[in-house]
Design a protein around this ligand. Structure first.
Ligand SMILES: O=P(O)(O)OC[C@H]1O[C@H](O[C@H]2O[C@H](CO)[C@@H](O)[C@H](O)[C@H]2O)[C@H](O)[C@@H](O)[C@@H]1O
Length: 359
């Protein structure tokens, strides 16, 4: 069971992107890979294979709210966890760049990038989370020199439109919708490499409508349909309304035992109860690229969120690769290096490309 499974199969909620409803934002007051796409066409339909249902854990509402508070601290967080373990500030991936370069020497580097909070700064309106042109140029450089993928909770088409680089792999919906780089003369569907939760689409769409209806009374709440998962944003919800919102979400989820609840940055995420996450997506992509069981590959994964921990864990377990957490504060993480913010991520990507060019 992952951290995410434990976090909060309880809550969630929200509101407002239906036709005729005013958007809740901005919030005021509240507080080139070696493998061709065609050779990788794998489309797995369902859960059936991978997928035992995850047991539901129902934390009490106050516990859930603590988790909601912790999901994107607005002040310096405590230096220790609840069980007294000290949180560590991991060494900077910029300060430790020479070490990383040494580890990459003679290896195939494969780059995995989270989107929100990693390539684009966190903003109130998820529809406005654009990356800068400078960041796009840095990511394009990465895609030209390494096999590279965007691994995100967002729906694939949305993140593709934000990033706009066709040479990348895209793993959307927390890895449940994986597409290969575009080829102009192929049909859109031919790019789909994996959709392990396909059979959940009808139930997810139903749950989406139910969440929209249930949470419309909560000002600032917003439900985002990420195709194979749903996000209930509470960044713009007054903290006093978090418990009722959580109860609303919980009430909806009672009707959908096939779905589970996880958590990101000021967002409750509802997804199919299958054992699939960003870590599995990383494993799948490495295998598809022909890098499984090889000692001459160095996956580098950069992400800022709790959901990225599944990928960090996979790298740690493989004893291969470098996890880099994007955070200004010490965090409990399975990453081995850190970068403070998106500006540092960009600097790291630029240095990685420069290093590759020199070789
Ligand atoms: O895996 P990621 O690429 O990090 O996507 C996770 C969620 O990111 C988005 O929400 C987050 O960013 C928003 C824009 O900055 C912010 O308003 C929100 O509070 C964050 O949670 C996205 O909107 C979600 O659908 C993704 O699941």
């Amino acid at each position: 069971m992952t951290n995410q499974d434990v976090v909060m199969p309880d809550i969630i909620a929200t509101p407002a992107a239906m036709p005729g409803r005013a958007p809740p934002f901005a919030c005021r007051g509240a507080a080139a890979a070696a493998v061709s796409v065609s050779s990788m066409r794998v489309v797995v339909s369902a859960a059936a294979t991978a997928a035992a249902h995850v047991p539901t854990i129902r934390p009490c509402a106050s516990w859930v709210v603590e988790a909601m508070r912790a999901s994107s601290p607005t002040r310096t967080p405590a230096a220790a966890t609840a069980d007294g373990k000290k949180k560590q500030q991991h060494p900077s991936a910029l300060g430790g760049f020479e070490q990383i370069a040494a580890a990459a020497s003679g290896k195939h580097v494969v780059v995995f990038l989270d989107y929100d909070g990693t390539l684009s700064p966190i903003v109130s309106n998820p529809d406005m989370a654009f990356m800068s042109d400078e960041m796009r140029a840095a990511v394009r450089g990465v895609a030209e020199h390494f096999p590279a993928a965007i691994v995100t909770g967002r729906r694939v088409d949305k993140v593709q439109s934000f990033v706009g680089i066709s040479e990348l792999y895209y793993a959307g919906s927390h890895g449940m919708d994986i597409k290969g780089p575009s080829c102009s003369n192929e049909e859109e569907d031919a790019k789909i490499l994996l959709q392990p939760a396909r059979e959940f689409l009808p139930v997810i769409n139903e749950a989406y409508k139910a969440l929209m209806e249930k949470t419309k009374s909560t000002p600032g709440a917003r439900v985002e349909n990420n195709k194979f998962c749903l996000s209930v944003h509470f960044r713009c919800v007054d903290e006093k309304r978090w418990i009722p919102l959580a109860e609303q979400v919980k009430a909806v989820l009672r009707d959908y035992p096939q779905l589970k609840l996880t958590q990101g940055r000021k967002v409750l995420e509802i997804r199919p109860s299958i054992m699939w996450d960003k870590g599995k997506a990383v494993e799948f992509l490495l295998k598809s690229l022909g890098f499984d069981d090889r000692s001459d590959v160095l996956p580098v994964y950069i992400g800022d969120d709790r959901t990225d921990e599944d990928a960090f864990k996979v790298l740690r377990k493989r004893g291969q690769g470098i996890g880099i957490i994007v955070s200004k504060y010490p965090k409990e993480t399975d990453a081995s290096y850190s970068l403070q913010d998106t500006a540092e991520v960009m600097e790291f990507l630029v240095r990685l490309v420069q290093w590759k060019r020199r070789r």
